[in-house]
Design a protein around this ligand. Sequence first.
Ligand code: FE2
Length: 360
Amino acid sequence: MKSIESLPLVYPTRWPTEPSLTDECVDFVGNGSLQVLPIMLRGDHAFGAEVRGVDWSHPVPEEVVQQSADSHKLVALQDEYAVLIFRSTGLDDTRHIAFTQQLGSQLEVNPFYAGKHNDRVGIDELWDVSNIELDGSLVKPNSRRWHHSLGNALWHTDSSYHQQRSKYSLLLSHGNPKRGGFYTHFADTRRAYADLPAERQQQLAETIVEHDLWHSRALGSPTIYKSPTVEERAKKPPAYHQLVQRAPNGRDTMYLAAHAKRIVGLDPEPASKRDSATKSAGDGEDITASQALIWELIEHCTQPEYVFSMEWLDGGDMVWWDNRQCMHRANPYTTDMSARDVRRSTVVDDGPNAWGVRTP
Ligand SMILES: [Fe+2]
């Protein structure tokens, strides 16, 4: 695994494109009343798009959200591109949640792993993923929240550590006073899987992966999260999911994340024999072979040809991604960072692979 410090702060493919922020650099694809600006195109495969033309000043009409027989709308665009970017939406918390509820019947509730006292928003359906404390100061270096956030700088999918995973994440900016330098990075796991040799695809076909939130926290912060508290571990035991899955766009993909701890059957100790309520992530376990394979695959998926960096420009910018067909990561906190207020809603998956593998 590459260290967080060695990961790029920005990847070669950026959005908006450099050096110009004008539309001359992009291809427009008209789609009814919406304009779709693809970010990465290769043959008939696309990854990431900016979508314009949504009127966010009113509730988004259902016919704009859902796919209809004669016109592909937002959900269909999401299935195709996996990451959709909307600029200057003007959404507030209430309308952020309302739009998210149009995309699924159940929203994930923020479990406050880093401590409820840190949460400025106070709304169960929103995750405060800002770098701001209750009193308006920035997250303190070496605080538990600081260390918890480091795992987000590793490539991951949100909530793969839940046995019923989540499908969509919608991250909305409420402003970053200092413009420039804020990025979220996305990797296309569908294209990366398609580029694997057929023999490798066959080898991976039946692979089951154990996902554990505390594993990624320990990778991000080995000092603080080597031993998560008993309460933390009891709140979130591991989950099990197939590695290779059919993505919503109909192509196969790899469901991977820094939360991925063990390949079931590859390392000596069966996961089911462990006492997950008391054991720390990695304590006394040999997961060497699993981690070697997991990080070989993550590094394959995150080569520059599969990755773009989305730059946050203004408050109201929103990115909606599908955790089932891409990975993402943030840049790590730094001691010279400025304030950034971003909040996330998350839609629980109700699709055929939502519950993963119940008994590994
Ligand atoms: Fe995330």
